[in-house]
Design a protein. Structure first.
Length: 411
């Protein structure tokens, strides 16, 4: 890359010399506008920035900043050159050549093209040694600078020859370590398209998607792990991540299954064994909570049958015995024949983070509403609340035998 810089400077120097001769002989007839020269340098630099971005040497953010700075400099220099153009007629023939050389030197110095090219050359030379250090995972982990050099050098190599699945996987790992997640995902996808059965690609890709953590990424990670387990049903890392993905998605059943298998195949002296046991216990408790259900039989006192509101709505709900008044589970349905059996579970939760299975005691209530609202209104009917201990299967009977009074009227 250095020889390219030297060659460019020599070419610019020769161009300046030619301009000196031309301006000296036919200044008025063939004078080349310095504004045109500046525009050419501007366009040349924009092309260089675009190429450096395409080669992976500049991020999107760095490219935008460099282009904005280049635009500002171009406008500023044009204004200055226009003033000089008006004042410099007949002053001599050296100024255009000097401006060209100065702009070239300033451009390369300020925009760092020569520094980036030199850095890229360093990366290519260091790539074999860095690759060995990164791949073999020596006791001394690569530094941030070494990872950046490795990623840059490998990216250049991939740009030149297209690479193979292993090379793209290594680049993805380096990009992920540098927290360049978009580049890492793109690289893993390229590696996956080339070899969809390499366990390292499937596992690394899934791990990255889990770390990103979006719903779509978790779904994709689950498919990759399922593919890996189809190839290697006892893969410890795949089983561990499968349980983690299921846990994050609230699929306690799958988490329990994955971690139960993992404990059967994992040696008990593995340092991760205790952590997996704790995670399995937690998932089992959450699964047991989701299996809890409350069966409520609602009866209506005979003396209130004539007072049923037209188009009445039945609300059956359970909330904390001592705590928030908001129901943890609620069923709303039109009034029909009594008695009515209603089942409450986590599936009837009003909020994703406030469920029946999270409570130790349930306060169960039933209410017939005249205006389709759970809040008490005039003419609503209700039953005395019953508090029961939370358990796997609980059955209670509520008898609606009261005409309720709104809180405002009670005051």
């Amino acid at each position: 890359m250095t020889w390219m810089i030297v060659t460019s400077m020599v070419v610019l120097a020769l161009l300046a010399l030619v301009l000196v001769v031309v301006f000296g002989v036919r200044q008025s007839a063939q004078r080349r506008s310095r504004l045109d020269v500046n525009r050419e340098l501007y366009e040349q630099r924009r092309q260089e920035l675009a190429q450096e971005h395409a080669d992976g040497l500049l991020t999107d953010q760095a490219l935008t900043g460099a282009e904005q700075e280049l635009d500002k400099r171009f406008v500023s220099e044009n204004n200055e050159l226009e003033k000089l153009e008006e004042q410099a007629v007949g002053r001599g023939i050296w100024l255009p050549a000097i401006i060209i050389v100065v702009l070239a030197v300033v451009g390369y110095t300020l925009f760092g093209s020569w520094q980036q090219q030199h850095y890229a050359e360093q990366a290519r030379k260091a790539l074999p040694g860095l690759a060995e250090k990164v791949i073999t995972e020596q006791q001394t982990s690569p530094t941030q600078e070494e990872l950046e050099l490795f990623a840059l050098g490998l990216r250049q190599r991939l740009h030149e020859d297209g690479g193979d699945a292993l090379a793209w996987m290594l680049y993805a790992r380096a990009a992920a370590a540098l927290q360049q997640y978009e580049q890492a995902i793109e690289a893993y996808e390229r590696a996956y398209q080339m070899d969809s059965e390499r366990s390292g690609i499937l596992l690394g890709y899934a791990q990255l998607l889990i770390n990103v953590g979006g719903a779509e990424q978790l779904q994709r990670a689950g498919r990759l792990l399922g593919q890996l387990l189809a190839l290697d049903p006892q893969n410890i890392d795949a089983l561990s991540l499968t349980g983690a993905v299921a846990y994050q998605r609230g699929d306690w059943q799958q988490a329990v299954q994955a971690w139960s298998v993992l404990l059967r195949v994992m040696p008990e002296d593995d340092p991760r064994y205790a952590a997996v046991e704790n995670a399995l216990t937690d998932a089992q408790q959450k699964l047991a909570g989701t299996e809890r259900q409350l069966v409520v039989t609602v009866q209506l006192a005979e003396e209130l049958r004539q007072q049923l509101p037209a188009n009445a709505t039945l609300f059956v709900f359970a909330k904390a015995a001592n705590g928030a008044p908001m129901p943890a589970a609620v069923v709303r349905q039109p009034v029909s024949e009594f008695p009515i059996d209603v089942r409450l579970s986590d599936a009837n939760a009003m909020l994703a983070d406030y469920k029946l299975s999270q409570l130790n005691q349930w306060q169960v209530e039933a209410r017939i509403s005249s205006d389709d609202r759970i809040e008490i209104s005039a003419g609503d009917l209700g039953a005395d609340a019953i508090t029961v201990a939370a358990d796997a299967n609980v059955e209670v009977t509520l008898t609606i035998d009261q005409v309720l009074t709104p809180a405002a009227e009670q005051d």
